[in-house]
Design a protein around this ligand. Structure first.
Ligand SMILES: [Cu+2]
Length: 128
């Protein structure tokens, strides 16, 4: 191996290690927030639905004042993704309208940020 190639390989290995550590931290941080996903209507339909996220802190109290972003990805196809910010309702509930143009499996990802908190959680939603 030429020295230049070795440097590139080492950088790639380091990048993988760093990415691995970051993912691990996020995973553990999920324990700081309890997520419950609901839809209106329930069960969800093809077309417009309200996605409702019910968030509680680790003591079971409503998590208020958080920034909640939601993305929805039609996992059966590539590039069919929507995202937006959920609006805070009462008691730690956050809602956003999503237009599921197709049935099938959608991956819903919720990103929650508040002060030092930065967590995400994936849900699988089946649209009949
Ligand atoms: Cu699709």
């Amino acid at each position: 191996m030429k020295p230049r190639l070795i440097v590139i390989v080492v950088i790639l290995i380091l990048a993988t290690l760093v990415a691995g550590c970051a993912a691990q931290t996020k995973k553990e941080a999920i324990g700081q927030v309890n997520f419950t996903l609901g839809t209106n209507p329930d069960p969800p339909i093809t077309g417009k639905n309200e996605i409702i996220l019910n968030l509680q802190d680790k003591d079971g109290k409503p998590l208020t004042g958080a920034t909640v972003d939601v993305s929805a990805d039609h996992t059966d196809m590539s590039g069919m993704t929507m995202n937006g910010s959920a609006t805070e309702q009462e008691d730690g509930k956050y809602a956003i309208t999503a237009d599921f143009s197709m049935s099938g499996t959608w991956k819903i990802t919720a990103y929650v940020r508040k002060d030092g908190l930065d967590v995400r959680k994936d849900f699988e939603l089946k649209i009949p």
